[in-house]
Design a protein around this ligand. Structure first.
Ligand code: PMP
Length: 386
């Protein structure tokens, strides 16, 4: 039976019906085995007397110069974003920088009346509404879907490309009014998507979390064209956390430096090459399993020329699967999968239909395998195979 052959190809070891598989967060632990192999090259010793000051240097009070250099070097190596004439702002994850950007783009002097509307096209990253409205700021407020937004006046649009949750490449949506754009490029790295151009937007956000998988270090950075905006963002980071952990910055500098150097290596030490192979394998296996029945569907991505690899037919392999449940009797896919002990994020959280769920594909190998096994079992059961 085809289903059984398929089961063999995803290497079923055991189906453990009681284990809960949590694929809600995009916790990028799949890259751990790579970093374990690089252990000595990326190990750092920090003495008790180092990094005691709040400050780094007189120019940019919180950013470690070493980190700035490595960020710029990596963007030059990958070719995903311009860095010449940009200011680098460091944050405690890009989550802090998203808030710093909102503050900087609608500071009190810019307007004195109602809060600026913040929008993003559906399906948008589920944290945007939460972080915009959390403190009920008088400066800005979440206004929802950018596609249906049709008001005059100032607004801020988050443009996420590749998009979380659906992996598509995006451009600004709102055409009317005086908008400011924030480009969230957390996933614009070769393991997830072809690098099709070197971007040069006004405000571009990146994160160590998704670039190399080091989410625990909590390092994000912004490339900002306008010096005044960069200064306001740094002011926000100053008021919010009086800077960013120096240990984390130095660790990030070391690891980003390794990644840049690894790009010269054609073998398995090349981080992006290894990452690309791993992501492609996961997507291939997932597509094989989903193709077993009509129950679920996944988006398809065009083959494009990747400037980084030089290959003409590179496909995106996003960090998340944006999965649709086609079962007629299932309105809420997240609830349905939860019943099968698979935790995913509900389409509703992204401003979308609950027939959709976001599934993290960047977790541990064992978890991913269990997920495939369980999907096969669900589909098999509904086909009367099980
Ligand atoms: N933007 C996007 C699109 C993300 O998916 C994430 C992490 N899930 C972030 C920003 C924040 O990343 P971090 O705070 O870990 O840097």
């Amino acid at each position: 039976m085809v289903w059984k052959e398929q089961a063999a190809s995803v290497n079923i070891s055991k189906i453990s019906p009681h284990e809960i598989i949590n694929l809600d967060h995009g916790d990028p632990t799949m890259f751990e085995p790579y970093w374990r192999k690089m252990s000595e090259k990326c190990t750092l010793v920090i003495s008790g007397s180092q990094f005691m000051s709040y400050f780094s240097d007189s120019k940019n009070v919180f950013l470690e110069p070493e980190l700035e250099n490595e960020i710029k070097r990596l963007h030059r190596v990958v070719g995903n974003a311009s860095v010449d004439d940009y200011h680098v702002v460091v944050g405690t994850g890009s989550t802090q920088l998203l808030q710093a950007t909102l503050y900087a783009l609608c500071s009190p002097s810019d307007h004195d009346s109602s809060p600026v509307n913040v929008v993003s096209a559906v399906p948008y990253y589920s944290c945007y509404p939460e972080l915009t409205n959390f403190l009920r700021s008088g400066l800005y407020k979440w206004r929802g879907d950018a596609q249906t937004y049709n008001e005059g006046g100032p607004y801020i649009e988050f443009v996420t490309s590749p998009n979380n949750p659906d992996g598509t490449m995006r451009e600004a949506t709102v055409k009317k009014g005086q908008g400011k754009l924030v480009h969230d490029l957390a996933y614009y790295w070769p393991q997830y998507t072809p690098i099709t151009s070197c971007l040069g937007y006004d405000t571009m956000l990146f994160t160590f979390s998704k670039c190399t998988g080091h989410a625990g270090s909590r390092i994000g950075w912004a490339l900002v064209k306008d010096e005044a905006v960069a200064k306001k963002m740094t002011q926000f980071v100053g008021i919010n956390t009086i800077g960013v952990s120096k240990e984390s910055q130095i660790r990030a500098a070391k690891i980003l430096g390794h990644v840049s150097e690894s790009c010269l290596n054609p073998g398995p030490e090349n981080f992006f090459k290894t990452g690309q192979i791993l992501m492609a394998e996961r997507w291939e296996k997932l597509r094989q399993v989903v193709a077993q029945s009509e129950m679920f569907s996944l988006p398809h991505y065009p083959k494009q020329h990747c400037l980084f690899t030089g290959k003409f037919s590179t496909q995106a392999h996003p960090a998340f699967a944006w999965m649709k449940c086609n079962k007629e009797d299932t309105e809420d896919c997240e609830k349905f999968l939860r019943g099968q002990k698979i935790i995913t994020r509900n389409g509703r959280r992204f401003g979308c239909d609950p027939k959709y769920v976001r599934v993290s594909l960047v977790g541990k190998e064992e978890e991913f395998k269990l997920f495939l096994e369980r999907l096969l079992a669900i589909q098999g059961a509904s086909d009367g195979i099980n």
